[in-house]
Ligand binder design. Structure first.
Ligand SMILES: [Zn+2]
Length: 201
């Protein structure tokens, strides 16, 4: 059995009839998502599932560790930056969420090396290098991976502000930046407040 095709058939049978009007409206009027989410590619952390969001609600970019690079327009292929530009300048989202998560393989690769993934992953996770001081500063018994997941989210949020049109939109009050962290095992979402994660109730 092909799971993808079976899943699609369930979608057509169970989801499409109830959602049809919504899709048709979105096709006609275009998307107007209020929130952009930057998340890890990890298959266990699906922003649409965590936020119970339907089609048209979340403009999304997913990558290894959900990193945001600093603003650096050049001839490189900047997938995340291109999505940010489209989301902020064209769609004019009102909020950007950086969604980190527990047991992040991308963060583990930063701490332990990227294993077999040697062509592109090392350069990509290099973005987080400034955030990894936490690993060196960690005390015995401290959850280094968890600490680094927070530091990496803080770095991504700080890098967002290096994009001039994001900085401008934040200063004018038209754009809000937030960090959230999802616990895969607990199913608990926590919001980043300063250096701490505060569970959302
Ligand atoms: Zn991850």
């Amino acid at each position: 059995m092909d799971r993808l095709i079976e899943g699609y058939r369930r979608f057509r049978k169970d989801v499409w009839p109830a959602q049809r009007a919504r899709y048709e409206k979105l096709a006609e009027a275009g998307q107007r998502p209020e929130t952009m989410v930057i998340a890890c590619s990890d298959s266990r952390v699906d922003p649409a599932t965590v936020f119970s969001a339907g089609p048209g609600q979340l403009f999304m970019v997913r990558s290894v560790a959900g990193l945001v690079p600093p603003y650096g327009p050049d001839m490189g292929y900047h997938g995340t930056s291109a999505a940010l530009e489209y989301g902020v300048r064209v769609l004019k989202v009102g909020r950007i969420v950086v969604l980190g998560h527990a047991q992040c393989g991308g963060v583990r690769a930063m701490l332990e090396g990227p294993q077999e993934a040697t062509d592109f992953v090392p350069q990509w996770i290099e973005i987080a290098q400034p955030a990894l001081k936490c690993a060196h500063a960690a005390k015995a018994g401290e959850d280094i991976q968890g600490r680094c997941e927070i530091e990496v989210m803080k770095l991504s949020l700080a890098n967002l502000l290096t994009f001039p049109w994001i900085g401008e939109a934040v200063r004018s009050g038209g754009l809000q930046l937030q960090g959230f962290h999802f616990g895969i095992q607990s199913g608990v979402l926590a919001q980043l407040e300063g250096d701490k994660l505060v569970p959302v109730t």
